[in-house]
Design a binder for this molecule. Structure first.
Ligand code: NCN
Ligand code: DMD
Length: 356
């Protein structure tokens, strides 16, 4: 299924891009006056292959949940059980992601790709458990390449189901205590930046824990012999398996699925940024179908966005995950596209253009 999905991905359509850009310039506003929103609308036209592109609604949020063997090394102040407990909270409708999804009119689907406990059945829960958490990435590979591919394919499958159910925009979400450690390792591996530059304080850690976290990211890259892997798909898969998490793999799959189905994907924070680096290494054209929802407070997120050439829409120092930053950006993405559908041109509205 991974090969099939990769084969279906097309880059941004140059004609749709040009048409959208030309149309922007005929609308009743000074040229460029909608700033970055003009670029967003043009980007979605290129991704859809048509201008104007379809309205990116309704949106569907997929929260991929998993646990991490490196948790045992003391990289976060939070107990591992918080992952499964927060899954319960998402399913009960009590998390920030639920509040923001209600605001954006988005559906919420939770996917267990690797939580270290069994979960009872629930209507909004999809079970694709690959394992009860990853192995400790600072000691050896976090997962096998086969597990990484299965987690990627779980993300593809979830994306397909959401699109089949009517979603016209996919929003990435994650839940996994300790997953900012794996995110930093992936970002260092894919950007070539030093672990000290891309490791952050996650949910909030003291200086001593922070130093340990940077050291563990460094060990992970050394022990698994991964560095600067973004140019080869097979090396990318090996790096994902070595230092990633099941949620990173599944989010990369969701991104590839959106690209293959020509349904735009709004990326959330640092976990999504790390996953997008994996997707880009498998096919750079996948990123043409993505919008960066926000810039997380994690330094690695900025590194990932810069590497991907993405400009985030919302900058509010969020560092929650769950898809919250992506959900906040969704109405802006919709507004940007609505402009191409509904705003009058100088000709149609009889408004005089600026003399040349
Ligand atoms: O989205 C982000 O950029 C982000 C930044 C910091 C923390 N998080 C969330 O916090 C958890 C991981 O933090 P930590 O400190 O346990 O590695 C995980 O559930 C993420 O969703 C998320
Ligand atoms: C409470 C809590 C909620 C979260 N949501 C995403 N990551 C999280 C981490 C914690 C600790």
């Amino acid at each position: 299924m991974l090969a099939e999905t990769l084969a279906a991905i097309r880059p941004a359509d140059p004609r749709a891009l040009a048409e959208a850009r030309a149309h922007q310039d005929r609308l009743t506003k000074p040229r460029g006056s909608l700033g970055v929103l003009e670029d967003v609308a043009v980007r979605l036209a290129g991704a859809a292959g048509v201008s104007p592109p379809p309205m990116p609604e309704p949106a569907a949020l997929a929260i991929f949940a998993a646990d991490h063997g490196v948790h045992a090394r003391g990289v976060t102040p939070w107990p591992q059980e918080v992952t499964v407990q927060m899954v319960g909270n998402f399913l009960a409708g009590g998390a920030v992601a639920n509040a923001f999804a209600a605001q954006a009119g988005a559906t919420v689907t939770v996917v267990d790709v690797g939580v270290a406990a069994d979960l009872p059945d629930a209507p909004q829960l999809i079970k694709h458990k690959i394992a009860y958490g990853t192995a400790d990435l600072s000691q050896g590979p976090a997962m096998t390449v086969d597990q990484a591919v299965r987690a990627l394919e779980a993300g593809i499958l979830v994306g397909k189901e959401l699109v089949a159910a009517g979603a016209r925009c996919l929003i990435t979400g994650d839940m996994g205590i300790a997953n900012t450690t794996a995110s930093a390792a992936l970002i260092s591996a894919f950007t070539g930046m030093d672990p000290a530059e891309v490791t952050g304080r996650g949910t909030g850690i003291d200086d001593e824990t922070y130093e340990r976290k940077v050291g563990l990211v460094r060990s992970a890259l050394r022990v698994n012999a991964v560095s600067d892997v973004s140019s080869s798909p097979s090396e990318a898969l090996r790096a994902l398996a070595a230092v990633g998490g099941f949620e990173h793999a599944a989010i990369a799959g969701l991104i590839l699925c959106g690209a293959a189905e020509r349904v735009p994907v709004i990326l959330d924070g640092v976990i999504a940024g790390a996953a997008a680096l994996v997707a880009a290494a498998l096919d750079p054209a996948a990123i043409d179908h993505c919008v960066a929802g926000h810039r997380s407070a994690e330094p690695g997120h900025t590194a990932a966005l810069t590497h991907l050439g993405l400009r985030p829409l919302v900058e509010l120092e969020l560092r929650l995950g769950e898809g919250t930053g992506g959900l906040l950006a969704h109405p802006m993405v919709c507004a940007a596209v609505r402009v191409l559908h509904e705003v009058a041109t100088f000709d149609s509205a009889g408004v005089t253009e600026k003399p040349v």
